[in-house]
Design a protein around this ligand. Sequence first.
Ligand code: GTR
Length: 429
Amino acid sequence: MKRGKLLFLALMMTVTIAGQNKNAPVNYDESKVPVFEVPDVMRCEDGQRVESVMQWEKKRRPELLKMFSEQEYGVTPRHTGIKVKYELVASNPKAMGGLATQKQIRFNFTGKNGKTHQALLLLYLPNNTKGRVPVIVSYNFHGNQTTTLEEDVIFSPSKELMRSAGSENWGRGEQASRWSYELALKRGYAVATMNYHDIYPDSPELREYGISPLLQGYKEDSRAGNEWGAIGVWAWGYSRIADYLEKEKRIDKDCMVVLGHSRLGKTSLWAGVQDKRFKVVISNDSGCGGAALSKRVIGENLARITANFPHWFCPAFNVYSENEAALPFDQHELLALVAPRHVYVASAEDDQWADPKGEYLSAYYTGPVYKLYNMQGLPSKEQPAIHQPQHYDVGYHIRAGKHDVTEYDWRCYLDFCDKVFGCFSTEAH
Ligand code: GTR
């Protein structure tokens, strides 16, 4: 047997043996954070130091991207062969009391194997400005209809599937507090949302109901070590939304933002890293496997996350369950892959499960890469105080309260995007 194959088998055995651990202890005590060295984002695997943009782009960035693909989120297929047709199923030029034009677009996916799948996008465009506008793209957790009380928003197709799988809160407007549509629209931004279950139902047992079966070589019961997990597929879905928005004549395709909360914050980071059309990449309370440094092992850890959500990452990531010290990379290196575009990390004070300090440090440690581009990362290793947003070329804020997306978060994101895009807000603030 070839050496490569033997190594692969050995790796797969370790994956199975190390497994995941739902009962792994969770540490909340800063004094018990293990002593570790933050992997040097500027040092290539062969020891060479990155001194130029060229070295970063040609050598270090691809090598890091490969590590995250092979060992954490799984490899995004280069050509899925999946075709998408867009179908405008509803529109309203006077939505939200005249503030917005609403469009609902069905994505009809067809795989090379003839299998089909559907997803539904909800788009609000501001009526108060003419011409092209920036857009915030963001998945929702429980259906488009939960993001607003507007009666004409169609229930997302995944509702029945997920409700019968035990997922609740699918009622109209139930998550509206997380969607500051009015604020965004008044400030001249479009917002596009889709239910993430439409792309990959968020359960290890429901993979066959999403996009996955449309892929060539899909096998229901088996996954290769580096096969993409749900986060990878959701990220792919974000890119399909970007494909559509590029064709939408009111959208400024140079001003696309991807924003996600929690597991969808992990997803927005992975999507933003891979798809350069997203000029601002926002992680809201994304925590473990998102913005937070894994090696701090505080709050949610890799044993817990890979045990509770075995379908999110690629199987090879399980090797690091209860063994974060062995990780050859950490999440700041993921965030750094967004440069020279803009990354924004937000935390909530009471969200210790997501390790706010680790989220901040990750954003901070992207600094050397931004510096290569003559851009400014976060200036201090000290995490800023509550409600003191830091808007450099990298953004960060921590707000009071729990794991959530609030109007305060939206306001900070819009301020940051205004700065990046050089927009002038129509709302006085
Ligand atoms: C938690 C999970 C987190 C986070 C969160 C969410 O249960 O442990 O990693 O992603 O769910 O998505 O709300």
